[in-house]
Write a protein that binds this ligand. Structure first.
Ligand code: ZN
Length: 71
């Protein structure tokens, strides 16, 4: 079982499909194949399967009423 996780902190890939041709923003990256955006911080600190897209995280946070993190 090979993982992409040993890639150094410079290059990001999509945690869902493994695509490395992703759009890199200041604090996040977006996978054009999945149409999902992920926090770079999450990608650096979490295993792929634990990374939630920003959309998913926002939905999650909405449930708990804590919306401060994204502004
Ligand atoms: Zn993807």
């Amino acid at each position: 079982m090979k993982s992409f996780l040993n890639v150094s902190n410079k290059k990001f890939h999509c945690p869902r499909c493994g695509n490395i041709n992703i759009v890199e923003y200041d604090k996040s990256v977006e996978c054009p194949l999945c149409s999902k955006e992920f926090s770079k911080e999450d990608l650096e600190h979490l295993n792929d399967e634990d990374v939630l897209s920003l959309e998913e995280k926002k939905a999650f946070l909405d449930i708990f009423g804590d919306k401060d993190i994204y502004d």
